[in-house]
Ligand binder design. Structure first.
Ligand code: FAD
Length: 463
């Protein structure tokens, strides 16, 4: 039996990053993967969606070339080519992980892994052969898949999940997107930009419900202006797929409505991959579909750890990677601080983009903080005006007593690249005054952060 110091089960951004860090720390490491290296993120999530969204954005730019004094005639899309480009980007990224595994001398084991007691993993390869491997430390990083609701049974054709949504061979004319979290909203934006008639149905009163209410309202306005139909406080109770398209029954406060479309995209969350990997055989504690871990990602059974989407906590690629690094550094005996889940940025890459970190205004008030709120609209930003991107704003929330930066919420062009400023500032326990006195370059969208902070302290210049 091959023996390792560390075996990582699953090669998503949790698993492959963990394996690299383990190898850097001198551990003999193996990674087990049943599909392509890179997991959901590189193959079916973060990266291929961003490639699709880029095509949508370029298409929109070309359609609005006149706004910039340019002429672009005969602009059209080739849906198949857009999907092909996205798949190409994903394949390239997966090959990049292959290279990184080789570079870091990590053994890649292809096949379906099942946990065994005695710190072992059994791997079934495609030809049905089973091989056992053992390790001092086994790190479970098997991730998650699209969650299915009884009212929305995915058939992969008329009721689809995210995998099908990014590989459709034909562009639907009409689409219903159920769920307005990041995944639903990104696909709604993509398909609407490509010319599909999109209706978003959200159960809660606001779209992007985890975001600050001001951001939700701004996105709703921008989406409606772009032609997306939005139904909030609404629930799809059933979908009839017997005809040529779909008929979705939607329950709202006003009664029931039947929406007709070609396809329904179910974007109602994720379900973890823990069935059939055997946590129960080893005695690993789970709660609903999550593997329970402590601050260092140790399960209740010594030698077994879990990180990423398969554990509680935000289901995000950067969270999975950070957890994995922390987990192996702890195994290596390094002094590590538990991850601060209150300082994890969240981004949605529609247009306008959304980025946020920390408490929303509502949460800050509910927690009893006396707050100072500042807001700076991109309509007052020179760079935004010059770029033709004046939709949106930066909103900041400070604790009035000690100046702690409680939350930062942004909506606008390029804000997903701007949120890191707030993350670093919060990590360093920076106060508003220090942000204000840190000179920001002109003209940039990032000046809006400084101005929003200035607004919170009644020192705003450009409003
Ligand atoms: C459409 C979409 C867009 C997204 N966009 C973003 C984004 O922009 N930013 C962001 O931060 N997050 C995004 N996410 C979320 C992100 O993809 C996940 O949080 C991240 O991939 C989780 O990483 P992970 O390593 O925990 O698991 P995964 O990426 O799910 O990887 C798990 C791996 O384990 C393998 N595996 C499972 N069981 C076994 C087994 N028994 N044997 C062997 N291998 C196994 C799987 O095949 C898979 O490769 C998106 C998700 C989706 C679906």
């Amino acid at each position: 039996m091959s023996t390792f110091d560390v075996i990582v089960l699953g090669s998503g951004p949790g698993g492959y990053v963990t394996a690299i860090r383990a190898s850097q720390l001198g551990f003999k490491t193996a990674i087990i993967e049943k599909e392509n290296l890179g997991g959901v993120c590189l193959n079916w999530g973060c990266i291929p969606t961003k490639a699709l969204l880029k095509s949508a954005q370029v298409f929109e730019y070309l359609q609005h070339a006149g706004d910039y004094g340019l002429q672009a005639e005969g602009v059209d899309k080739d849906f198949e080519a857009v999907v092909k480009r996205s798949r190409g980007v994903a394949d390239g990224m997966s090959k990049g992980v292959q290279f990184l595994m080789k570079k870091n001398k990590i053994e890649v084991i292809n096949g379906y892994g099942t946990l065994k007691s005695g710190k072992k993993v059994s791997v079934k390869s495609e030809d049905g052969k089973e091989t056992e491997y053992s390790a001092e430390h086994i790190i479970i990083a098997t991730g998650a898949r699209s969650r299915e609701l009884p009212s929305l049974p995915q058939d992969g054709k008329k009721i689809i999940g995210y995998r099908e949504a990014m590989t459709l061979s034909e562009q639907p004319k009409k689409m219903i997107v159920v769920g307005s979290g990041a995944i639903g909203i990104e696909f709604a934006y993509f398909y609407n930009s490509m010319g599909t008639e999109v209706t978003v149905v959200e159960y809660l009163p606001n779209i992007v419900p985890v975001e600050d209410e001001d951001v939700s309202k701004q996105l709703e306005r921008s989406f409606k202006k772009a032609g997306v139909k939005i139904m909030t406080s609404a629930e799809v109770t059933s979908v009839d797929t017997t005809g040529s398209g779909v008929k979705a029954t939607v329950k709202t406060s006003k009664g029931e409505e039947v929406l007709e479309a070609d396809i329904v995209l179910s974007a109602v969350g994720i379900k973890t991959n823990i069935e059939n990997i055997g946590p129960e055989d080893v005695g690993i504690a789970t709660d609903r579909d999550k593997i329970l871990v402590n601050d260092y990602y140790q399960t209740n059974i010594p030698g077994y750890y879990a990180i990423g989407d398969v554990t509680p906590g935000q289901a995000l690629a950067h969270v999975a990677s950070a957890e994995g690094i922390l987990c192996v550094e702890k195994i290596a005996g390094m002094h590590v601080e538990p991850l601060d889940y209150g300082n994890i940025p969240g981004c949605t890459y529609c247009s306008p983009e959304i980025a946020s970190v920390g408490l929303t205004e509502k949460q800050a008030k509910e927690k009893g903080f006396d707050i100072k709120v500042g807001k700076f609209p991109f309509s007052a930003s020179g760079k935004a005006k010059a770029s033709g991107a004046s939709d949106g704003f930066v909103k900041v929330i400070f604790d009035a007593k000690y100046g702690e930066w409680l939350g930062c919420h942004m909506i606008g062009a390029g804000v997903t690249d701007m949120i890191a400023e707030a993350v670093v500032a919060r990590k360093l326990e920076t106060t508003g005054h220090e942000v204000l006195k840190a000179v920001h370059p002109h003209p940039t969208m990032s000046e809006a952060v400084m101005e929003a902070v200035a607004d919170a302290y009644d020192e705003v210049i450009h409003l």
